[in-house]
Design a protein. Sequence first.
Length: 109
Amino acid sequence: MPLLDLITSPIAIMAAALVIGCLVYWWSRTIAPVSAPSVSKTMPYVGGEVAVAQTFQPGYHFFYVALFFTVVDVAALVLATAPPDAPPWGSLGYLAIIAIAVTVLRWEQ
């Protein structure tokens, strides 16, 4: 195995990146100012004001949006990865099944 192939192997590049990352982490700890514990560092802070804790009721309407996205996304993935010699009626039939599923999903609301 030539030396260039050994140096450019994924394992060697991963090891080199890990060593470089550890060296940068070690170096940055030596130049960083000393941290002092403070209550302000652990408080939530939003838009210049202290955040007030609130409770929210979950909305299940988002479930239908997520399910619709998942069904359509999986359909696109299946159609995009279909073999080129697949019969066209198979893809059209799959799209018809997905259209029925989306219609039923929409009617459930």
